[in-house]
Write a protein of this length. Structure first.
Length: 324
């Protein structure tokens, strides 16, 4: 069971050196400066950590600039309640103010600028967790980095739902006594937020999540797919697949490229990875990762681990540990 941990800080009229030391001690290395020369910095923050997520509410009374050598390996959601914030990330400047939320890759942050009386709620999702959720929604491995684009319109229907879910998560974390929910319930709320963001905020996988239905798949392609599913763990070649589906290798490759946007062997690899993942989740202590990998047609353990991490954002051993 995962439990939430909480930290609270309130700093008044600190200088740049004190704030820089505070960030290095509590969050991550950064260089902090006031927005106005020789100005003092006053901030307050309440921060929760639960599972692979962090949730916080913060307020910057004075305004400050935070320069980062690189942020955490996480996707950050900012739900503002007052004031303005600018984020310099990967050559772009992102803006957040009331009614305009923000989702971005925090590892690309180089500078955060908080203006006077800026306050917001933030949620950081570890990249591996967000990638696992995206993989589940796609029912396929995630091959390239997830890249969110654009702000979150918190005045629209879906945007208002995201803001309301954020408030519910905060109320859940800050409830006391008998009103406090279990950690499992809180984790489900955070998972729901990941799904809402992936389905609402534009990103490079949005076309796959929301794209129109594919045209009717040819019979030969269906036979090829069925043959691969049945024989996923066997040592089969593309010529075997073409022969069993009643077509040529070239026609098979063309059909897979047109209807599945991948090669036949790429499709077979995805079947094997998904099968291995399900087996790892259901495994017990008597079965080791190497045995399961071999069952699903992977003979080279290093390559299997690399492909698995690229697809699901975690190593095979981590999947087994979490399942237990």
């Amino acid at each position: 069971m995962t439990y939430a941990t909480c930290s609270v800080s309130q700093i008044e009229k600190a200088d740049a050196e004190e704030m820089t030391a505070h960030y290095a001690r509590t969050l991550f290395p950064a260089i902090v400066e006031p927005l106005h020369r020789r100005g003092a910095i006053s901030v307050e923050d309440r921060h929760y950590t639960i599972g692979s997520c962090s949730v916080w509410r913060g307020k910057c009374h004075s305004g400050m600039s935070v320069m980062l050598p690189g942020g955490p390996e996480a996707y950050g959601l900012y739900l503002p309640t007052a004031g303005k914030m600018l984020v310099d990330a990967a050559g772009r400047q992102l803006e957040s103010e009331p009614g305009r939320g923000l989702v971005a890759d925090m590892s690309s942050f180089s500078r955060l600028t908080f203006f006077e009386q800026r306050s917001h709620m933030g949620i950081a999702f570890e990249k591996a967790a967000m990638i696992r959720q995206l993989s589940t929604l796609l029912d396929a491995p995630v091959r390239s980095d997830l890249e969110f684009a654009g702000p979150v319109d918190l005045t629209s229907g879906r945007g208002m739902q995201i803001a309301a879910l954020g408030n519910l998560i905060w109320q859940d974390l800050t409830a006391a006594g008998q009103q406090k929910s279990s950690a499992s319930f809180t984790e489900c709320l955070l998972q729901a937020m990941m799904i809402a963001l992936l389905e609402t905020v534009p990103h490079n996988y949005t076309p796959q999540l929301q794209g129109p239905a594919s045209p009717a798949i040819p019979k030969q392609l269906k036979r090829a797919m069925e043959y691969m599913h049945v024989n996923a763990g066997a040592d089969i070649k593309i010529a075997d697949i073409a022969r069993e589906s009643g077509t040529s290798v070239r026609s098979l490759q063309t059909a897979f490229q047109r209807f599945k946007n991948m090669t036949p062997l790429g499709y077979l690899r995805e079947i094997r990875l998904q099968g291995a993942r399900k087996a790892l989740i259901q495994s017990n202590r008597s079965r080791v990762v190497a045995d399961i990998a071999r069952d699903w047609g992977f003979s080279h353990m290093g390559r299997f681990a690399a492909l698995y991490y690229q697809s699901f954002g975690e190593m095979p051993s981590e999947t087994v540990r979490q399942a237990r």
